[in-house]
Design a protein around this ligand. Sequence first.
Ligand SMILES: NC(=O)c1ccc[n+]([C@@H]2O[C@H](COP(=O)([O-])OP(=O)(O)OC[C@H]3O[C@@H](n4cnc5c(N)ncnc54)[C@H](O)[C@@H]3O)[C@@H](O)[C@H]2O)c1
Length: 347
Amino acid sequence: MKFAVIGTGMMGCEHIRNLAHIPDVELVAVADPNEKPRDWALKACGDRFQPAVFEDYRALKALNLDAVIIASPNFTHIDVVRDLAETPFHLLLEKPMCTTLDDAREVIEIDESRQAMIWVALEYRYMSATTHFLQRLPEVGDLKMFFIREHRGPFLKKVGNWNRFNRNSGGTLVEKCCHFFDLMNLVTGAEPVTAFSSGSQDVNHLDEVYDGERSDILDNAFTIVEFDNGVRACLDLCMFAEGSPNEQELTATGSSGKLEVHIPDNQLSFSTRSGEHESYMVPHDPGIEFMGLHHGASYLEQKAFIDAIRSGQPPAVTTRDGFRSVAMGVAAQESIEHGQPVSIQVF
Ligand SMILES: NC(=O)c1ccc[n+]([C@@H]2O[C@H](COP(=O)([O-])OP(=O)(O)OC[C@H]3O[C@@H](n4cnc5c(N)ncnc54)[C@H](O)[C@@H]3O)[C@@H](O)[C@H]2O)c1
């Protein structure tokens, strides 16, 4: 299976390293407008691949490829998808699918017009702790509340500092939190109807100025989302909490019990209302050959993408999933801007 990777910064190189740990795939080309990332790509290939290297990803259209991984900055996703729309290549498109609702709608239209699949890379679904949490979820009974906490350090530096501005990333609640909104959708199994969010930029990047413009990204927020089945979910995001023992905590509470898991220590606990309690460490999926920076999740997702291509199955993470997670992020950003709950009607 012949692959190409577009955008070979941090995430593109993780994808290359994942590919290097998967048999029977070949990386035939990489494309990045910047020289340093092109060098990083070759380094990530090691002895396994000798790809052709392009500055402009549009050169890939002339190649004989099966699949393309798109790991360029968020605001470029729409142009890359538009440019590859007519190709027969399967696309693994990094999150967030797009930075705006109009662009995300267009990606759905493009997806529906082509034979090959578009799979949105929402890889938190593939973390071993998350998949185990999802398996045990029915034990809480009738789910009523779902809570996600992400307490971590500030956004990393990116090539050209694109992630310092809302217009490039979609805003923190789209860029980072589309992962968590996607998990809310999976866990509740319902459609989001309202988002209410309070947040601001209080600590990070306050003195960062690029070409005379100060960074405008949020570093903390509380967001409450109501779903059409009555479940309510809450996201607690803080990006000046690098001392936290865990970056993420997921808690689901229902009519019978409460399920909780912490990432990355993978400690899971389950308790019933009648007082039974168990706690244990979730083992990593034994199928993980490369951990990368995401606990093996992007490796497992890439394997699933490849398996779907080989077996002709549809994508497990669709452009509709991508759209829903972007829409919730956009609603949360708007709620902060206007100080009011925002109604969501996704489909
Ligand atoms: N799944 C995850 O958990 C996860 C984690 C990190 C990043 N991401 C996503 O991956 C994408 C890349 O993020 P990153 O952290 O690697 O950023 P990065 O800045 O490290 O890398 C982006 C690369 O894209 C290149 N680029 C810029 N414009 C381009 C264009 N028009 N065409 C092709 N390449 C272009 C840059 O030169 C750079 O090398 C983003 O969409 C980001 O949201 C996902």
